[in-house]
Design a binder for this molecule. Sequence first.
Ligand SMILES: NC(=O)c1ccc[n+]([C@@H]2O[C@H](COP(=O)([O-])OP(=O)(O)OC[C@H]3O[C@@H](n4cnc5c(N)ncnc54)[C@H](OP(=O)(O)O)[C@@H]3O)[C@@H](O)[C@H]2O)c1
Length: 293
Amino acid sequence: MMNILLLGKHGQLGWELRRILPTLGALTAIDREDLDLTSPQALRQVLREIQPGLIVNASAYTDVDRAETETALAQAVNAETPAILAEESARLGALLLHYSTDYVFDGAQTRPYLETDPVNPLNAYGRTKLQGEQAIAAQGGAFFTFRTSWVYSMRGNGFVTKILRWAGQQEVLRVVEDQTGSPTWARTLAQLSAQAALLALAHGKDWALAHSGLYHLGGEGQATRFQWAQAVLDLHPDPSQKRCHTLQPALSAEFPLPALRPSFTPLDCGLFQQTFGLRIPPWREDLRLAMDT
Ligand SMILES: NC(=O)c1ccc[n+]([C@@H]2O[C@H](COP(=O)([O-])OP(=O)(O)OC[C@H]3O[C@@H](n4cnc5c(N)ncnc54)[C@H](OP(=O)(O)O)[C@@H]3O)[C@@H](O)[C@H]2O)c1
C-alpha cells in the first residue's frame, strides 16, 4: 500500500483533498499544528518517516496583501518548502503534486494564458510562488505543478462566502469589474488532481517523468469578479437571507490594497485536458453544484 503525504489539510483545497486521497493510498494529512513549514529539518524528518510515494502540497502562504510585508515568511512557505519537497520527493522516487497561481502573470494579455506564456508577477506572493515552481522544476523528479486561479470553497473566508455574507448585510454591493480570471471550485481541483495522480501512478514512473511539468488547471471559462459575484447572488441558497438588491460594478483603484493584482489571468487548460484525458467543467456549472447545499 502506497503512503501519501498531504500538506495543508485545513486549507480550501487541502480540505477537499483529504476526502479524496484516501482512495489512492494510506494518507497522512498534516497542517500547521503538526508541522510548521518554516522548519526545514522537521519537514525532512516527516518525509523520511512516512516515505510517501505521493506527496501533495496544498499548503501555501496565500495572504496576497500581507505577503508584501511578510515576504520572508511567504518565501519560506511558497519557495523554500517546495524546494525541499521536490528534493526529498526525487530521492524517494515519489510523485509530487504542487499548486501555483495565475498571479505569476502580469495580466497584460487579452487571451487566456498558456503554460508557455512569459511570467511577470506584480506582487510578492506571485514572485514567491514563481520561485516555488522553478525550484520544483529544477530538481528533475516526477512532478505536476498545477497553476490554478481564483480558488473558492463553501467553507472559510474566500470570495464566494464573503459575497454571501455581505449580501446578507448590505443592500448595495460594489464589486470590481476590471479583474478577470477563472473561478475554480476547490472540490473539482482536488478531484482532477487525484485523477491525474492516479493516471500517472497507473502508467508508472517513466510516464510520470515524461509528463512531469507545469499545467494550467482552473475552472473552464472566464469571468470578471463582478460577473462571478452576480452568479453567486443569482444562485443564493436562501433568498430570504439576501438583503442585497443591487450589485454595482466598481474599479480596483477604488479599493486600494497593499498588493497589485493582475487585471486579466484566465488560464488556458487545454494541455491538462489533453494530457490526462479529463474534462474541466465550466465554472458556472461548478458554482451551481457548489452552492447546491
Ligand atoms: N486561493 C486562491 O484563490 C488561489 C489562487 C491561485 C492559486 N492558489 C494556490 O492553490 C493552493 C491552495 O490554496 P488554498 O486557497 O487552498 O490555500 P489556503 O486555504 O490558504 O490553505 C493553505 C494552508 O497552508 C497552511 N500554511 C500556511 N503557512 C504555513 C506554515 N508556515 N506551516 C504550516 N502550514 C502552513 C495554512 O495554514 P494556516 O491557515 O494556519 O495559515 C493553510 O491550512 C496554494 O498553492 C495556492 O497558492 C490559490
